[in-house]
Ligand binder design. Structure first.
Ligand SMILES: [Zn+2]
Length: 561
């Protein structure tokens, strides 16, 4: 099989895993922060290692894809739309913050994890989820925490090399924005330095449960650690027993690389720039934790188009679940599989989705008839299946744009939808054969197509317009009305609507002609039909529209009832 980017990373990761831990399962990792709705942009954090892990499994190797839930991170800010009373929870671990009002989930983190877990299941992403609350809370990282504290001066010195570099290299414009986009950790989080010296461990206060604490002393011998909190509390605990705290992000991340033996973990551009967590983490994992850094390509951000028009009831944040409500899992997987991680691309919620679907259908046909390029074939295979299963597929695929036009015109009326669609494919037994693609198109039309772009078939003929038409236009409508019976199919109507102006120019309806005059006449004819049928200058493709409106209604609206 062709070496696409996934295959090349798989080669590299397998070789590296063999060097590090021969015979052990290969470990790929992602990190996600359930601090709010998990943005569709963050799906790349999961899809990149998923595709590589999946390729490794296809080759018969054991491979674990860890998703580390950064649910022991502090609650940073109250998102738009949530009761400002949640302000009192800022600084607490995400698992200790109550879920938003009305949620069925036990806490903030679980509330935002749940839809992501559901979306990943739908996408065929197999993973092993690890809760950092559970890991720190159970003392799993005890030795690593004690090691980091013993080595705090060395860590501080490493961080210090980058602190100055970073200050020079980059100004952090909007830390919250960056953190929201990253999805994992906090690039701009407090790195552990304070007036009382450097400590990489941050305790959550045992009274107020917030992390507004300052470590004031630590004894390597006894592991006695003293801290004060802004709430007034201060105490001394034994770090050999303490479990209510965590390493700061820049130390936490490399610690987990070493702990889990991660061989592959990509990161967003913000984590890969000079002085970023990935670069600093590389030095810390080698020098402090004695383990190599994972192979970690930088991935470019994924843009979203067409969400601006949407109401911002959810703060305008599109999630993977939103994408899956308008496209099938295989298509969404394909967007990630076909682009190298360093290439950016867009997920479209606007008209562009129809073109994306056309491309996908074209690729499918090429794969079926054996004419797809090797790299395209690989992308198709990765999109439509995983090592363990084939993603669900719509049994009978009609173009998404056709389905969208038809459901738009039929306004969800199932019987009418079926009748119209049978004109496209007489073999359709029932609407279920067209699902789930049909439902996705329906949801897209209902949710993301702005009202002014929806098709409104006229209730009554436009008398005023009909009465003012010249002889040429009247003739064209007469020719159309006469031809409807004979041409009532998708191909027939295509011939007819392009053919009427030809006949008027003295040509045959099937004549191969494309003079500028003829093209202008065709454009004018189409515009007239749109005005008469939907009261607008444009609309869905005319043959589709005519089929959807129905013969009798078309005749009525063009004045030939
Ligand atoms: Zn406190």
């Amino acid at each position: 099989m062709d070496a696409d980017w996934v295959a090349r990373f798989a080669d590299e990761v397998i070789a590296e895993a063999e060097r590090r831990a021969p015979g052990k399962p290969v470990v790929c990792a992602s990190g996600l922060s359930p601090s709010g709705p998990i943005h569709l942009g963050n799906l790349r954090e999961v899809m990149t290692p998923h595709l590589v892990a999946d390729e490794i499994r296809r080759r018969g190797h054991e491979c674990v894809h860890i998703i580390s839930w950064d649910d022991f991170d502090r609650f940073r800010k109250v998102p738009v739309g949530v009761d400002p009373a949640w302000n009192e929870h800022i600084g607490k671990p995400l698992t200790s913050v109550p879920a938003p009002p009305g949620s069925e989930h036990p806490n903030w983190a679980e509330h935002f994890k749940a839809p992501m877990i559901a979306a990943l299941a739908e996408l065929g992403v197999e993973f092993h989820g690890i809760s950092q609350t559970q890991m720190y809370g159970s003392g799993a990282y005890r030795e690593q925490v004690l090691l980091a504290m013993r080595e705090r001066r060395r860590i501080d010195a490493i961080l210090d090399q980058y602190r100055t570099k970073k200050a020079k290299a980059k100004e952090v414009a909007d830390a919250d924005e960056a953190a929201a986009l990253e999805g994992s950790g906090a690039a701009n989080e407090d790195d552990g330095s304070g007036a009382g010296g450097y400590y990489p461990y941050k305790p959550y206060c045992s009274v107020c449960d917030r992390d507004m604490t300052t470590v004031t002393s630590y004894d390597d011998e006894t592991t006695a650690m003293s801290y004060t909190c802004v709430c007034g509390h201060s105490e001394t605990v034994l770090l050999s027993e303490h479990t209510r705290g965590k390493l700061v992000w820049k130390v936490d991340w490399p610690m987990r690389w070493a702990y889990e033996g991660v061989v592959f973990e990509p990161s967003g551009v913000d984590h890969s720039s000079p002085g970023s967590s990935f670069v600093v983490g590389g030095q810390i994992v080698r020098e402090v934790f004695g383990a190599p850094q994972p192979i970690g390509p930088m991935y470019a951000f994924v843009g979203i188009s067409g969400m601006a028009k949407m109401s911002s009831s959810k703060g305008g944040v599109p999630t993977p679940a939103d994408a899956l409500s308008i496209m099938e899992p295989a298509l969404l997987r394909w967007l990630y599989a076909r682009r190298r991680p360093n290439q950016s691309f867009k997920v479209s919620f606007d008209q562009e989705i129809q073109r994306m679907y056309d491309e996908w259908d074209t690729l499918t046909r090429k794969v079926q008839d054996g004419t797809a390029l090797p790299a395209d074939q690989s992308a198709y295979r990765r999109a439509s299946s995983t090592a363990s299963r084939v993603l669900p597929e719509t049994p009978r695929r009609l173009p998404y744009r056709t389905l969208a036009s038809v459901v738009d015109i039929a306004t969800g009326h199932e019987e009418q939808t079926l009748r119209i669609l049978r004109a496209f494919d007489p073999e359709i037994g029932g609407l279920d054969e067209l699902r789930p693609r049909l439902d996705r198109a329906q949801h897209w039309v209902n949710t993301y197509v702005p009202a002014e772009e929806r098709t409104q078939v006229r209730e009554t003929p436009d008398k005023e317009l009909l009465d003012t038409l010249g002889a040429q236009d009247r003739e064209s409508l007469r020719l159309l009305a006469e031809g409807l019976g004979e041409h009532w199919s998708l191909d027939g109507l295509t011939t007819l609507v392009y053919g009427v102006p030809k006949v008027q120019a003295g040509l045959d309806m099937d004549a191969k002609a494309a003079t500028p005059e003829l093209k202008a006449a065709q454009r004018a004819f189409f515009a007239l039909l749109y005005r008469l049928l939907v009261g607008s200058d444009t609309g869905p493709r005319l043959p589709t529209l005519l089929l959807a409106v129905g013969r009798d209604r078309v005749r009525e609206l063009i004045g030939h009832a």
